[in-house]
Design a protein around this ligand. Structure first.
Ligand SMILES: [Zn+2]
Length: 336
């Protein structure tokens, strides 16, 4: 019996060691630009908080972090990786957008002299998703509700505007976008190496996503509906992701004078125009086929089963994500 207990104990220990995992791998893709690539996993049973690309840029005087991962644990590993490479102060933390896999490491960087930078809509978008994200982190990452800490940006970037930040002989330019992947997208351009950190405005390998996180919560006892961003009172309603906006934003990015792009998910690439065109093509196929389906009075389920199918071999996680995109876009396009 004792031996069995010991065996169970040892097995548990080895599982624990495995679960805490090796430290994250960061690659220096250009001098001073370090990127860790997340895995292509869906936010479901296998989700481990490490599916997005995260990283940092090191100047002569300071460091900027771009996206912090899906949990404090990932944020901590990111910070450890930075400290192994440089002792310079971390001056900025930039969130490319609101999605949970990009923001929940923020709190590890909460110090007085760190500025958090994000889209002007990001604080509101974070707040409206807070409950849903806390429950998602509890369900899949086993993080207690109170330990899913959001840190909203204090420096806000408006759509179609840019602001530059100097890391010491190294200027980075943060640009805000109109509604596209979400209503909170910004990119970061490292002028020195002509590198664009695209956030989820670019998916490589993994199926592109049109935001669809909005859920409602109903409190049965009081018959209260928490409507999230499905209902705006006083304030002008905003949509949270837009296929036409996404297609248009890609046209704008294609005009940039850059040499390489770090996507929000997937492998950084110098063949960046090709990558954006491939993504844009997916959205154009989807848009055209949804239009056709709507014109033919086809119902949503049949459309989910059929639209965009010619793209299915080109992308990972296609079946689940393409359906979600259609679920999001179809009802909006019906009104156009
Ligand atoms: Zn995203």
């Amino acid at each position: 019996m004792k031996q069995i207990l010991l065996l169970v104990f040892l097995l548990t220990c080895s599982l624990f060691i495995h679960a805490s995992g090796p430290s994250l791998n960061f690659e220096e893709i250009s001098p001073g630009i370090f990127v860790h690539q997340g895995e292509h996993l869906d936010v479901d049973e296998a989700y481990q908080g490490d599916i997005a690309n995260i990283g940092f840029i090191v100047g002569e005087k300071a460091i900027a972090v771009i996206d912090t991962g899906g949990s404090l644990a990932i944020g901590k590993e990111l910070k450890n990786a930075i400290r192994k490479i440089s002792k310079l102060p971390i001056r900025y933390v930039i969130n490319t957008h609101v999605h949970l896999d990009h923001i929940y490491g923020n709190a590890i960087f909460k110090e007085d002299d760190i500025d958090f930078i994000g889209h002007v809509e990001l604080p509101r978008a974070m707040a409206s998703r807070k409950g849903f994200y806390e429950r998602t982190n509890l369900k899949y990452l086993k993080i207690p509700l109170k330990k899913s800490i959001q840190i909203a940006p204090n420096i806000l970037i408006k759509p179609n505007e840019s602001e530059s930040f100097d890391l010491g002989n190294r200027v980075i330019k943060v640009t805000g976008y109109p509604v596209s992947h979400t209503n909170t997208d910004v990119t970061v351009e490292d002028i020195k190496t002509k590198t664009l950190w695209a956030g989820d405005l670019l998916f490589i390998e993994r199926t592109p996503v049109i935001d669809g996180d909005i859920v409602t919560v109903e409190d049965i006892k009081t018959k209260t509906l928490w409507a999230g961003d499905l209902l705006f009172i006083e304030r002008t309603p905003v949509i949270d992701g837009d296929i036409h906006g996404f297609i248009a934003v890609i046209d704008e990015i294609l005009k940039l004078d850059i040499d390489q792009v770090i996507p929000g998910h997937g492998t950084p690439t110098k063949k960046w125009k090709q990558a954006f065109l491939k993504e844009q093509n997916y959205f154009k196929v989807l848009r055209d086929e949804l239009r056709l389906a709507i014109d033919n009075d086809q119902d949503l389920q049949l459309t989910i089963d059929t639209a965009g199918r010619s793209e299915s071999k080109k992308w990972e996680l296609f079946n689940v994500q393409n359906g979600r995109n259609i679920n999001k876009i179809f009802p909006i396009m019906e009104w156009e």
